[in-house]
Design a protein around this ligand. Sequence first.
Ligand SMILES: Nc1ncnc2c1ncn2[C@@H]1O[C@H](COP(=O)(O)OP(=O)(O)OP(=O)(O)O)[C@@H](O)[C@H]1O
Ligand SMILES: [Mg+2]
Length: 212
Amino acid sequence: MSIMEIEGVRYSYDGRRNVLKGVSAKFEAGKMYAVLGPSGCGKTTLLSLLGGLDSPASGRILYQGEDIAKTGLAEHRRSHVAFIFQSYNLIDYLTPMENVALTSKLPPLPILERLGFTPEEAKRNVLKLSGGQQQRVAIARALASDAQVILADEPTGNLDEDTAAGITGILKECAHKSGKCVVIVTHSNELAKSADAAMRLRKGELQISDGR
Ligand SMILES: Nc1ncnc2c1ncn2[C@@H]1O[C@H](COP(=O)(O)OP(=O)(O)OP(=O)(O)O)[C@@H](O)[C@H]1O
Ligand SMILES: [Mg+2]
C-alpha cells in the first residue's frame, strides 16, 4: 500500500499559467524515488505540495489514505515529513550539532560522523562550513527526524561524485532498511539509476518509469 498519493494535482503561482497540470503518483514506504525534469518545470513546487507547504489549486494529496488538507498542513509537516531544502535552510547562528538536535532526540554526533563530519566540524558555526558541508548538515537533520517521508530537493547538487554516491547510498538505506519513503528531486542520472523508481516532470505532467 502506498504511504503517499497525489491525485490530479494542479497548481499555479499566478492563477493563470499552470505549473502542474493534473499530476498523479503513488509513493510507497521502503522505496526511494527520483523526480527528474528540466529547470523550472515544477519539481520544487511538487515537493512543497507533498510536504504540505502549500495547497494545490485542485486535486488531493493523501498521507496513509487521508487528505492532508483534512489532517491540516501544519500537522502533516510536523508529524510526517522531513525536508532537505535546495537552499539548506539551516539555522545559521548554530553549529551542525545544534541544527540536528533541533529536530531529533537522537545524539547528533554519530549521525554527523556517518555523513563525514569530524567532531571539530560538527561543533563549528554552520556559516564557517563549505556549501557541500552545509548540504550534509541538512541531510543529517532529515535522517535524525522520526518522519516517515523524506523529501529532498537536489540533495547532492553541491557535492563531488564520490560524496554524492555516498549520500545516495545513505538515503537508499533509509528507505530499504528503515522503511522510509524517500523522494528525491535531482538532475543526476546516476542518482535516478539507483532509485527504485524514476519520474520525469515535463510541461506540467508527470511520466512514471517503472522501478528497476
Ligand atoms: N514563488 C513563486 N512565484 C511565482 N512563480 C514561481 C514561484 N516559485 C516558482 N515559480 C515558477 O514556477 C515554475 C516552477 O518552479 P520550480 O521552482 O518548482 O521549478 P524546479 O523544477 O524546481 O526548477 P530547478 O530545477 O531550477 O530548481 C518556474 O517557472 C518558476 O519560475
Ligand atoms: Mg527546484
